[in-house]
Design a protein. Structure first.
Length: 337
């Protein structure tokens, strides 16, 4: 008898959960990166009604050996339907997307959507962007805020419109950037905020509590374009040590700032630099010379020295400076270009 009572209780509890989920709008989640994964997990764990996921196609040539996105992996683990369109305007893809009959689409870290996709749900499509828009529109806001020496950044949700990152703002949250913080550390901080940002935005939309801010009414803005390999090269003759320091931490750990290191037998190798300290000091030493002790590598710049804490010489793994110095077994006639 007790068994049947417990079973009925479980069935009732399950029905309540089903009804609870049904009060939420039908959501299509669109994303591909590890950053996307955080808000997706938050939505799923809080039992929002995710009817499907759009993520990037598999890439068997991916450098880390992962042929598909972390978002696809999560969809497979939790039996969530997903689509991986090569072409977002493909008729077959659009037909399958329409069949989900989503009320709203949530986009986090994905490529540009055509109007036929973002304009489909009746409640619209909103995007999460890793900056305080309209500042740092573009592909690499986390890197550029640090490279440019900003003191604050944050997250913005906005309704998607035709122009990239220019739609009406729904919700924003600001945070401080640490003086020594790298792009990787800042990204982790923003990831942890992203889930609650998505939930708050969704709740505001559902309750019709949004007060949209038109970006056209905000005059000043900066761009955050995609970073090329050329952008990552360190300019040691930069007159500002702060600028060099910000560039290195703004590109760490990915895509990583680099320089050419005069290594051995008149050979230059690529040298990635991840973590540094800045030493302000007047001197008359030529720029780019390297001074090595048993535990330290200092590179001369106009306003002092950049002390390397972690780096990676081409063909070797990332190391702390002590191991790196032991590995090169050279302590003089070294310089960078």
């Amino acid at each position: 008898m007790n068994f049947f009572i417990k079973l009925q209780d479980k069935i009732s509890e399950f029905k309540l959960q089903i009804n609870y989920m049904k009060k939420f709008p039908k959501i299509v989640f669109i994303g591909s990166t590890h950053f996307s994964l955080f808000p997706l997990k938050e939505l799923y764990m809080k039992q929002y009604n995710i009817v499907g996921i759009i993520t990037s196609p598999d890439n068997p040539l991916h450098k880390k050996g992962e042929s598909f996105s972390p978002v696809k992996k999560y969809a497979l683990e939790n039996n969530i339907p997903f689509l991986q369109p090569v072409n977002l305007l493909d008729d077959s893809f659009l037909k399958n997307l329409k069949a989900w009959n989503a009320d709203i689409q949530i986009v986090v870290s994905f490529k540009i959507l055509p109007q036929k996709v973002w304009n489909l749900p009746k409640m619209g499509s909103f995007n999460l962007h890793a900056s305080i828009l309209p500042q740092y529109r573009g592909a690499a806001p986390i890197n550029w805020v640090i490279i440019n020496g900003e003191k604050r950044t944050g997250l913005t949700t906005f309704f998607i419109e035709e122009k990239i990152d220019s739609g009406k703002i729904i919700f924003q949250k600001e945070i401080e950037i640490g003086k020594e913080e790298t792009a990787g550390e800042l990204e982790n901080k923003l990831k942890k905020m992203s889930g609650s940002m998505i939930i708050k935005t969704l709740e505001k939309i559902m309750k019709n509590q949004i007060k949209l801010i038109d970006q056209k009414n905000i005059n000043s803005f900066k761009y955050a374009p995609k970073i090329s390999t050329k952008d990552c090269r360190i300019q040691w003759n930069d007159p500002s040590i702060e600028s060099i320091y910000n560039k290195i931490r703004g590109l760490s750990p990915h895509p990583a700032a680099w320089t050419l290191l005069f290594f051995n037998k008149k050979k230059f190798v690529r040298f990635k630099i991840f973590i540094v300290k800045k030493i302000l000091k007047k001197h008359s030493i030529p720029i780019g010379l390297i001074f090595i002790s048993s535990y330290e590598m200092q590179i001369s710049v106009k306003e002092g020295f950049i002390s390397v804490v972690e780096g990676q010489i081409e063909g070797k793994k990332r190391m702390n400076i002590k191991d790196l110095i032991n590995g090169i077994k050279i302590n003089k006639n070294l310089f960078v270009l």
